[in-house]
Design a protein around this ligand. Structure first.
Ligand SMILES: [Zn+2]
Length: 259
């Protein structure tokens, strides 16, 4: 409450919320009556309190619905009925107004620029409980629980390859398939072109990534492969479509089709 202007208060939407700290940075959802996506972020700042201050700063023009502290405390900043400003320029399944369709969850972590520590267990437990609550109330499908880096791969790396997606999936949150083991073998990479590149791009686009299917392994393709690996094949994040990346992507598309 210290850092935010006194806006009209509201009741928490999720049971795990311990405090309301209203942010002024929100607007009306456009074209959707209820959110059908959860977008997970890390704050990318050394202090969670600084992040909270920024998420409430009128000048910064950013916000989220929930902020999860390292110790598992959950603060709500924006009512779920409102459009919080967390996604920025983004695309998923051809939709570009991700803020209107999503619930934004910021997870306090300094991120890649500041040493990228592991996410504490208490924090992840809180993220799981919060997401389960949101998923149940809005019937959000597993494949619609996404990373900021999934919808904005050229700009964002959060919550990053250390985020435990497997653990979330085991608790009923999000889609996950066991990554195919990494083996040495021919990998597609920048500069290559042809049907195999086109097949890769088509599968990534089918899953939801904003990628042109042009048969050329351009910089944009590499960037999307990096985003895919951060989420689904985190053991090696290098932007090269090696056999494990291909196999994991195929498993994922198959699972998604039957989900
Ligand atoms: Zn983010």
């Amino acid at each position: 409450m210290l850092y935010c202007p006194a806006m009209s208060n509201f009741r928490p939407d999720a049971a795990i919320v311990s405090e309301i700290v209203p942010s002024p940075n929100h607007s009306e959802r456009r074209g959707v009556t209820r959110p059908d996506m959860i977008l997970l972020h890390y704050t990318g700042m050394t202090s969670a309190q600084d992040a909270l201050r920024r998420l409430c700063d009128t000048q910064a023009k950013v916000s989220c619905h929930y902020l999860v502290f390292e110790d598992g405390r959950v603060v709500q900043l924006v009512p779920e009925a409102r459009r919080a400003w967390h996604a920025g320029v983004s695309v998923w399944q051809g939709e570009t107004d991700i803020n209107s369709r999503s619930i934004g969850v910021e997870i306090a972590n300094p991120g890649h620029d500041f040493g990228y520590p592991e996410f504490p267990a208490d924090q992840i437990e809180a993220v799981v409980a919060l997401c389960r609550d949101i998923i149940a109330r809005h019937s959000i499908r597993p494949q619609r629980v996404l990373a900021h880096s999934d919808v904005a791969p050229a700009r964002k790396a959060d919550p990053g390859e250390r985020f435990p997606w497997r653990r979330l999936h085991a608790a009923g949150v999000g889609l996950w398939v066991e990554p195919a083991p990494i083996s040495e073998g021919p990998a597609l990479g920048p500069g290559e072109h042809g049907p195999a590149v086109r097949e890769l791009q088509a599968a990534l686009a089918q899953y939801g990534y904003g990628i042109a299917v042009n048969g050329v392994y351009d910089e944009a393709t590499k960037i999307v492969v990096v985003a895919f690996q951060r989420h689904f094949r985190p053991a090696r994040v290098d932007g090269l479509a090696d056999p494990s990346t291909f196999a994991t992507l195929h498993r994922l598309c198959k699972t998604c089709a039957s989900a």
